[in-house]
Design a binder for this molecule. Structure first.
Ligand code: PEP
Ligand code: MG
Length: 556
């Protein structure tokens, strides 16, 4: 048995076989291998094409359920490309003419087709070059070059995957459908991938470094997502012990379910709103199970991910509208696009930056691309006619940004009026307080908005100068640092003086050790990954705020 110790990012205990999720470096296939058995290479290509088409069928059907027809379409487009006769002929000709291996033939064909698309005048056609590369990579993976992607639907939810790192969009594509847990060499507790893993309830341990070895592939493993420990080829005593621990956790979950339907109120009657963070459409499904008071943070960027170009106003409108309708009169805070830093999207064509977390991200991109921003805002405004939608802006660091943003909202409203399209005239506007600058001018910002939501993930990163992505300094990422608590206190006081609502939507909102402090400070809303809500509800209902308030505040 090998025991690997890393960072626990998503709770839960899972047993399974470890599979390597190998990121295929596409250009590695540019090396030609000569072969005599041309028939075998052609058959390999044909079989992998068939498998790739099956995968795309499955991806299409899953996406249809999760994100609707508009987003699922991309998989049908990929199918059409794979079935293209010129593409297949090119691969087969290269195998025959050059006595080449199938991987090389696909790589070469892909490169030629990509060049053709890239040289076209039309921007839409130019973007198809990326699709050619995607389908070619998929076909090569299906030749046995990637054990995870080759899984058929029978393997659903059976895998534990191991790899160097996973990006948020890769996790979305794997979508929790194939995997029941993952472990990585890199990673940190507060990266967006980890946040997604928690909300998708996928037990995971990251930052294992060189402890995670390729020879562990196909070994039995147990992930203890509570302790951040992975057992490879566990002995029978460990299996028994972890099974017991899992049973206890399941019981605990059952116990928490008795808090469903109960009010979020302390012993002495102080109310607080416990809402959910939504980082993926799957999250909506579990909101009902835990009965969150609403959605305190809807990370709209996932709607922009895993596609080839910006979603249109109509596409966005349909998604926001369906969420607003599903939530009825419960509030839905849609945060406008916060890409950049670790959330990279190819078609945004963002520059390479030395310091992306402090660079071109969030509101900065939106204000720099007003047409895209207006499309986004108009879609949200239109959806507000169908439910209780509020709009929130990320990464604010100056008064000017919020004033410019409000001007743009005004323009959008005028345009909708002209088009006779309905929206909620008095829609509430809020901002994230996640930069130290916003904290220190929160008295001024409070006069311009209806609510604040404190984003401690970024606030900690920027205040303590600790990269939330960097596992080397992860031990310094401390949301309970006195500096952070004092900032939260300051923001609360400024919000209260201005008579506006203040919440927290960073990961610390789900930390039971902090619930008393937040109640003592008079926080109005805690928004977190849905699976944590019932635990925090229990804590709120066990707290007598009057008894602890003075002592807590005096210590800050
Ligand atoms: C935060 O920074 O605390 C936050 C909630 O936003 P995100 O994690 O999406 O950056
Ligand atoms: Mg943030």
């Amino acid at each position: 048995m090998n025991i690997l110790k890393g960072i626990a990012v998503s709770e839960g205990i899972v047993f399974g076989k470890l599979k390597a999720y190998k990121k295929v470096f596409f250009d590695a296939y540019s090396v030609k291998r000569f072969t005599e058995d041309l028939e075998a290479e052609i058959l390999k290509f044909k079989n992998s094409k068939k498998l790739a088409l099956e995968q795309l069928d499955e991806l299409y059907n899953n996406a249809l359920d999760d994100v609707g027809e508009e987003h699922a379409m991309i998989f049908n487009v990929h199918k059409m490309m794979i079935e293209d006769i010129d593409y297949s002929n090119s691969v087969i000709n290269i195998i025959n003419d050059e006595k080449a291996n199938a991987e090389y033939a696909v790589w070469f064909t892909s490169r030629e087709f990509e060049k053709k698309f890239e040289s076209m005048d039309n921007e839409y056609m130019q973007q198809r070059a990326g699709d050619i590369r995607d389908i070619s990579r998929r076909i090569i993976n299906c030749m046995g070059n990637n054990s995870v992607n080759n899984k058929s639907s029978n393997d659903k939810k059976s895998l534990i995957i191991g790899c160097d790192d996973i990006s948020p969009s890769e996790l979305l594509e794997l979508n929790g459908k194939y995997i029941k847990g993952f472990i990585t060499m890199l990673g940190s507790k507060n990266s967006h991938t980890s946040i997604l893993a928690r909300s998708m309830k996928i037990p995971s341990v990251v930052s294992l470094g060189s402890q995670l070895k390729p020879e562990f592939e196909d070994c039995d493993v147990i992930i203890d997502g509570f302790a951040g420990v992975v057992y490879v080829s566990p002995d029978s005593t460990t299996v028994r012990r972890l099974k017991k621990k899992k049973e206890l956790c399941d019981k605990q979950e059952e116990l928490l379910s008795s808090f469903k339907g109960k009010e979020d109120v302390s012993i002495d009657g102080q109310k607080i709103r416990l809402s959910a963070n939504v980082s993926h459409i799957c999250d909506i499904k579990i909101l009902k199970e835990v009965d969150a008071s609403g959605i305190g943070l809807f990370r709209s960027e996932f709607i922009f991910m895993n596609r080839r170009n910006y979603p249109t106003e109509e596409e966005q409108f349909k998604i926001y509208k369906s969420i607003a309708k599903k939530m009825g009169d419960k509030h839905v805070v849609i945060r406008t696009l916060d890409v950049g830093a670790d959330k990279r999207i190819d078609y945004f064509d963002m520059p390479k930056e030395v310091n992306p977390a402090m660079g071109y991200r969030g509101i900065r991109i939106c204000l720099d691309r007003p047409e895209m921003f207006k499309t986004h805002i108009k879609a949200i405004l239109r959806a507000s006619a169908f439910g209780n939608i509020e709009i929130m802006f990320p990464m604010i660091s100056s008064l000017d940004e919020i004033l410019r943003t409000k001007e743009i909202i005004k323009e959008c409203k005028l345009e909708l009026d002209k088009q006779n399209l309905d929206y909620k005239k008095d829609i509430k506007i809020g901002i994230m307080i996640e930069t130290p600058a916003a904290v220190f001018i929160s008295d001024i910002l409070a006069k311009e908005v209806d609510f604040f939501s404190i984003g401690t993930n970024d606030l900690v990163q920027y205040s303590l100068a600790v990269d939330r992505q960097n596992d080397k300094v992860n031990f310094m990422f401390n949301p309970q640092h006195r500096a952070i608590l004092r900032m939260i206190k300051m923001v609360c006081e400024n919000a209260k003086s201005a008579g506006i609502r203040v919440g927290i939507c960073g990961e610390i909102a789900a930390d039971e050790r902090m619930t008393e402090v937040f109640l003592a400070l008079g926080i109005d809303e805690l928004s977190m990954s849905a699976p944590f809500i019932l635990g925090i509800r229990r804590k709120v209902r066990e707290t007598n705020v009057k008894l602890i308030k003075e002592q807590i505040i005096s210590k800050l």
